[in-house]
Design a protein around this ligand. Structure first.
Ligand SMILES: [Zn+2]
Ligand SMILES: [Zn+2]
Length: 362
C-alpha cells in the first residue's frame, strides 16, 4: 500500500509499505480522506519537534472498515461501515480515563503524532476498534475527517465554560478557530466574533455564517467592542505572545481566556492582566472520548453546511507540495484533505463505492 512518509524536515515521499494486518482488538480501514493539520505542518518543518523521520502522519481521518481483528466484533462495528478515528489512545484505567478526560491520561498516545503508531496519510491503516466512531451513511464521507478538529474546538469551548449569556471572541480563523466558534454558537453563546487577518479565511467564516473582524483594520478592542461588546470569554486559537496579550486586553475583567492554539511553545504574559484583573487563563488540549463522540453526532445531525470547512483536496502524490506550500504560507487554504486513493477532482483511482458521492461534491 502507498503511504506518505516523512523522510526528514521539509521532505515527504510516497512509498510502498507492507499492508497493515489488524491485530486482536483492531480494525483495518481503507482511508477515504485525511486532513492536514497545522500541527502536521509544524512537524513537517521541524518547528514543533513533535513529528519524526520515517513517520507516517495523519490524525484527522475517515475511512471504511475492511477487516476486523479477533475480539473487535464486540464494538458494534462491521465491514463496510463508515468510521472516523479518535486518535487519542489512552490506558482506560487511570483516574483521567475513568472520568472521561482521556486527553490527560499520563500514558496517552496519539495516532499521527506517535511515530510507532500506524497513521492516516496512507491507503490503509489499523486502529484500535475502541477508537472508531461509526458514522451514518447520510454523512458526506469527507465530513468524517472534520470531526477531529471540530472536537478540538468543542473541547476548548467546554473548557471555557461557554454558556448562554456569553459574548465570545475567537482569535484566529483557521480550522481550530472555525471549530471553536461553531462550538460556542452551538453551546448557546449570545454572540460570537472571530478575529482573522486573512481575507480568504474571513470568506470561509462568512460562508459558515460566522461574524469576522480584521484585526489589521484598527484597534482590536474597539473593533470587537463594536461587534460584540466586551467579551466574557475569549479563545486564543493561535497561541502566540501577541494573540494572548490581545485576548487578555480585550476580555472583560474577571472573565475567561482559553489557550487552545499551539503556535509557540513559550509565550510572554502580561501577568497583572491575570492577577489584579482576575482573569482565568485556561488550557485546552484535544478532547475527551465523550466529546469526540458527541462531535461526531453533531456532524451527523447538523443543518449547518460544513462543506465550507474544506477548501483543498489532493491525492498522495500531490500532498508533499501542498505541505510545502502551506508551510511557506503560499497557500492560505484552511483545510486541505489528502485522498490516498485519488482526490475527487483529480481522481485517478476512485473507490468504486464512493465515486458517485465524490462526483456530487465536485
Ligand atoms: Zn489536528
Ligand atoms: Zn489513562
Amino acid at each position: 500500500m502507498q503511504a506518505l512518509v516523512m523522510k526528514e524536515s521539509w521532505k515527504l515521499e510516497v512509498e510502498d509499505l507492507p499492508a497493515p494486518v489488524p491485530g486482536p482488538g483492531e480494525a483495518l480501514l481503507r482511508i477515504i480522506a485525511t486532513g492536514i493539520c497545522g500541527s502536521d505542518i509544524h512537524g513537517f518543518t521541524g518547528e514543533n519537534g513533535r513529528r519524526h523521520p520515517g513517520q507516517v502522519m495523519g490524525h484527522e481521518t475517515v475511512g471504511r472498515i475492511v477487516a476486523l481483528g479477533a475480539g473487535s466484533e464486540a464494538h458494534d462495528l462491521a465491514e463496510g461501515r463508515l468510521v472516523t478515528v479518535n486518535p487519542v489512545i489512552s490506558c482506560g484505567q487511570c483516574t483521567a480515563c475513568q472520568t472521561d478526560a482521556q486527553q490527560r491520561c499520563p500514558a496517552r498516545r496519539v495516532i499521527g503524532v506517535d511515530p510507532a503508531l500506524r497513521s492516516a496519510f496512507a491507503e490503509l491503516m489499523t486502529a484500535p476498534a475502541g477508537n472508531l466512531v461509526p458514522l451514518p451513511d447520510s454523512v458526506p464521507d469527507e465530513h468524517g475527517a472534520l470531526i477531529e478538529p471540530l472536537a478540538v474546538g468543542y473541547h476548548a469551548a467546554v473548557r471555557g465554560g461557554c454558556a448562554p449569556g456569553d459574548r465570545v471572541l475567537v482569535i484566529g480563523g483557521g480550522p481550530i478557530g472555525q471549530a471553536t466558534a461553531l462550538a460556542a454558537l452551538r453551546m448557546g453563546a449570545d454572540a460570537v466574533v472571530v478575529s482573522e487577518p486573512h481575507p480568504e479565511r474571513r470568506g470561509i467564516l462568512a460562508r459558515l455564517g460566522l461574524t469576522a473582524v480584521d484585526p489589521a483594520a484598527g484597534d482590536l478592542t474597539e473593533l470587537v467592542r463594536d461587534a460584540l461588546g466586551r467579551p466574557t470569554l475569549t479563545l486564543d486559537a493561535v497561541g502566540a505572545t501577541s494573540t494572548l496579550a490581545d485576548a487578555l486586553a480585550v476580555t472583560d475583567l474577571g472573565s475567561r481566556v482559553v489557550l487552545v492554539g499551539m503556535h509557540a511553545p513559550r509565550v510572554d504574559l502580561p501577568a497583572y492582566a491575570v492577577s489584579t484583573e482576575e482573569r482565568s487563563l485556561i488550557g485546552s488540549f484535544c478532547y475527551s472520548a465523550g466529546e469526540f463522540a458527541q462531535t461526531a453526532r453533531w456532524v451527523a445531525e447538523t443543518d449547518r453546511d460544513l462543506s465550507a470547512l474544506v477548501d483543498g483536496r489532493v491525492d498522495l502524490a500531490s500532498a508533499a507540495s501542498s505541505f510545502a506550500a502551506l508551510a511557506r504560507g503560499e497557500n492560505q487554504a484552511s483545510k486541505v484533505l489528502v485522498y490516498p486513493h485519488g482526490a475527487p477532482d483529480t481522481a485517478t483511482h476512485p473507490h468504486p463505492a464512493t465515486t458517485a458521492a465524490e462526483e456530487n461534491r465536485e
